[in-house]
Design a protein. Structure first.
Ligand SMILES: *[C@@H]1O[C@H](CO)[C@@H](O)[C@H](O)[C@H]1NC(C)=O
Ligand SMILES: *[C@@H]1O[C@H](CO)[C@@H](O)[C@H](O)[C@H]1NC(C)=O
Ligand SMILES: *[C@@H]1O[C@H](CO)[C@@H](O)[C@H](O)[C@H]1NC(C)=O
Length: 319
């Protein structure tokens, strides 16, 4: 860990004076740090997240991996996956990363989002992106929202406690600022309420009349935006949300991203990325969050292996 502090400290101290150098190829240089934002009900310090971290380090030795957390206390971090204002949570993460001794001095970072962590990392890119994300990979994300709330598992006290409130009162200010999944609820048959009251998703998807140009600019800085959906996904309804497709639950009609206004008018820069081969649609076997070691290793090798010459000035990185 100390090594990173030193290397990146050299980088930032000399950014203004060191002549521009190309990105190093081959095995020299340092891999970009990697963020992992876990999903609903999970916590940053769980064993499973540590295993993913170890795989990332194995795939690209020297990677500094940072599991995103909303509190250093793992149980508080877990609670924040259900309860809280997502806008405030993203802002908290923005501040945490921008002031992190290692991450804040990295020329760029990579990002891996699990389930709802996928759209939250996208919000980080759109709103803050400091340090900037090079490649964003999401697994089973709800980029186009959820149109149904999932039944709680037995004994899930936190979930059970909220379920009743969620169902009838999705669009109340209280629910929209308190209950995390409600903030990415989106039913295509009730877009009116969604556009008016959605606390989070309608904004980061730039679906309202007034568009935020910063969101588009920041998305265009992504080198790769890779979206995985699970073939046997049943937790995320509709599963195509992971690809920004719209799905009518009544008629079972699926409208692909490329046929949506969001893409045609390029509200998020997705079309721009797609036309440059930088938007990647992937499918993988199994149900929600079936992550095999092989799948993760392949992903890390393919998308997170780029190494940077640490002497490259921050501004000169071609993202
Ligand atoms: C657009 O988003 C940026 C980043 O979150 C924010 O600072 C800015 O105020 C927003 N602009 C508008 C017009 O809402
Ligand atoms: C969804 O399908 C139903 C049944 O065909 C239709 O009545 C409804 O208008 C559709 N919703 C949207 C948003 O297209
Ligand atoms: C996925 O679903 C198909 C069809 O229902 C089934 O045949 C297959 O075994 C499932 N695969 C996994 C990995 O769950």
């Amino acid at each position: 860990m100390r090594l990173f502090v030193l290397l990146y400290a050299v980088l930032s101290a000399n950014a203004a004076t060191i002549p521009q150098r190309p990105l190093s190829s081959g095995n020299s240089g340092t891999p970009l740090p990697l963020l992992i934002w876990h999903g609903l009900g999970d916590r940053y310090d769980r064993e499973g997240i540590k295993e993913v971290k170890e795989l990332a380090e194995k795939a690209n030795p020297g990677t500094f991996v940072y599991p995103v957390r909303l509190s250093e206390d793992g149980s508080a971090d877990q609670r924040a996956t259900f309860v809280g204002n997502v806008n405030e949570q993203v802002e908290y993460v923005c501040k945490d990363l921008a002031s992190h001794p290692i991450l804040s001095t990295a020329p760029a970072i990579n990002a891996l989002g699990f389930s709802q962590g996928g759209q939250f990392l996208r919000a980080y890119v759109e709103r803050c992106n400091n340090p900037p994300v090079a490649s964003l990979v999401t697994f089973g994300a709800q980029h186009n929202g959820i149109a149904e709330f999932q039944a709680c598992k037995d004994g899930d006290w936190l979930c059970n406690g909220w379920e009743g409130i969620l169902k009838g009162q999705t669009w109340t200010n209280f629910v929209q600022t308190t209950l995390v999944p409600a903030q990415y609820f989106r039913n295509p048959d009730d877009l009116e309420n969604y556009l008016e009251y959605s606390n989070f998703l309608a904004d980061i998807n730039n679906e309202r009349t007034k568009k935020n140009a910063t969101y588009v600019e920041n998305m265009k800085k992504l080198e790769k935006f890779v979206m995985y959906v699970f073939k046997n996904e049943t937790t995320v309804v509709p599963k195509w949300s992971g690809w920004f497709d719209e799905f009518n639950l009544t008629s079972a009609k699926r409208t692909k991203l490329q046929d949506r206004t969001l893409y045609k008018e390029d509200w998020l820069g997705l079309r721009w990325l797609d036309e440059r081969g930088r938007l990647v649609f992937k499918e993988t076997e199994g149900r929600h969050m079936t992550l095999t070691d092989k799948l993760l290793m392949d992903t890390f090798t393919e998308y997170f292996s780029k190494r940077v010459d640490v002497l490259v000035a921050k501004e000169s990185l071609d993202l």
